[in-house]
Design a protein around this ligand. Structure first.
Ligand SMILES: NC(=O)CC(=O)C(=O)O
Length: 274
């Protein structure tokens, strides 16, 4: 049975788009030299995570960042889930993840559907909807390995969205994400493990590293969780690449032994997509 080697680039994002793209390229090349076949970047990997920067760093598709990712995917012969970037479409900016196959084709894109509008007493306050528009789609892409669900950060807090992906056949869910120092220590591990367990998938979350010079301090701790809920690879807060292997037999085994998806009482309740 095929296995899939995954590399997550926990990039340090700075206030210079060119430098962020160059750094991503360097890290992607290193991940591929170390055997990765699927490379995943963090949320807003080319732009600091702050409302004031999104319009300044936004680009139309195709643009500088997406061209760079497409060329890399093609040259290196790998899949790339390009974290996310601010995407400009007419007058609206979206928080968008682009996904490229081994030939450099863009095989899917996800616009963050749940915007991070929160105000935690004594902690994080953020209102993404001040600068960003809402995505409207559930995203599952087909690859030669399996179907992969893609969502962005706050999206992972909505189990319905993740379950829809599993019901559409996703065996891996990838979430570029930038939790912070309020919610990260409290919720990150729990959410990742719960979503992996709920849906019996490999759940992969890719964060930027923590940059103490930035206004928003990302939690880091990019991780890969297997369908049994075990964290099989995990970063600290620093810039690094972490690696892991997707074992498709493991997904089958867990789903056979504990048939959660089959045991749903769809005669009592149902989940549907509008
Ligand atoms: N930044 C986000 O979108 C989400 C987040 O930090 C959280 O849910 O916590």
């Amino acid at each position: 049975m095929k296995r899939l080697k995954v590399g997550i680039c926990q990039i340090k994002v700075v206030e210079d788009k060119e430098k962020n793209i160059e750094n991503a390229e360097k890290m992607i090349r290193e991940a591929v030299r170390n055997g990765s076949q699927l490379i995943i970047l963090p949320e807003m990997f080319n732009c600091p995570y702050e409302n004031k920067y999104f319009p300044l760093f936004a680009e139309n598709y195709p643009g500088k960042t997406t061209n760079a990712l497409s060329n890399l995917a093609k040259t290196l012969g790998v899949y790339i889930i390009g974290g996310s970037i601010p995407e400009k479409d007419k007058d609206i900016i979206y928080n968008t993840s682009y996904i490229f196959d081994k030939k450099g084709n863009m095989i899917g894109k996800h616009r963050k559907v749940h915007l991070f509008d929160v105000d935690v007493e004594g902690g994080i306050k953020f209102k993404e909807s001040d600068s960003l528009g809402y995505g409207e789609k559930v995203t599952v892409v087909d690859t030669e390995y399996c179907k992969i669900g893609v969502a962005i950060c706050y999206d992972m807090r909505f189990p319905e969205l993740m379950r829809l992906m599993a019901l559409e056949g996703a065996e891996i869910i990838v979430v570029p994400a930038a939790f912070n120092m309020t919610t990260g220590p409290a919720h990150w591990d729990i959410l990742l493990r719960a979503r992996a367990l709920d849906n019996q998938v490999y759940f992969i979350a890719a964060s930027p590293s923590r940059n103490m010079e930035a206004a928003y301090h990302a939690y880091g701790h990019s991780s890969i969780v297997n369908p049994w809920g075990e964290i099989i690879s995990k970063a600290d807060e620093n810039e690094c690449i972490i690696y892991g292997e997707i074992d498709f037999e493991k997904i089958k085994k867990v789903r056979k032994e504990l048939p959660l998806l089959k045991h749903r009482r769809t005669d009592l309740y149902e989940l549907y997509k509008k």
